[in-house]
Design a protein around this ligand. Structure first.
Ligand SMILES: [Zn+2]
Length: 142
């Protein structure tokens, strides 16, 4: 069954295309510097640590911890209001201190969240061509 997706859908660009291709394949892929090994997110043409321009998409574990979050109670954009309350969170990925991704935490009571709450990635389809990475409590399964 196809459900109309009414929230904004990301538009991959030259820098982010590999990220979105990974999500569609149910893999969280992050750019990694060939020179120094630093992971770079948001996708960018240069390594933040050494300015090298040779970066490759690398699959990461999808495990992380909640770094900070807000609970949205009043959705103001189409498609969001019917999902309130929902959680918007920075997730610090296990691969590197400070490597954070902005996402949602689903499948948990927002009141259960705490600093360091362990999560793992899963994916939700947004339309026919884009899948979004979201996070759920670690151990909840795929
Ligand atoms: Zn580097």
């Amino acid at each position: 069954m196809t459900v109309d997706y009414v929230k904004p859908i990301p538009e991959p660009n030259r820098d982010s295309r590999g990220f979105w291709e990974g999500c569609r394949a149910r893999e969280l892929r992050i750019l990694r510097c060939r020179e120094c090994g630093t992971y770079v997110h948001q996708p960018a043409p240069l390594c933040h640590a050494c300015n090298a321009s040779e970066l490759d998409w690398q699959r990461v574990s999808g495990r992380g911890r909640v770094y900070s979050w807000v609970v949205v109670h009043h959705g103001t954009l189409p498609g969001f209001s019917r999902e309130t309350p929902y959680v918007v969170a920075f997730i610090e990925l296990a691969e590197q201190p400070g490597l954070r991704i902005l996402s949602n935490v689903i499948d948990c009571d927002p009141s259960e969240l705490c600093d360091g709450f362990e999560v793992s990635v899963t994916f939700v389809d947004a339309g026919d061509e884009v899948s979004l990475p979201v996070f759920r409590p670690a151990g909840a399964g795929e």
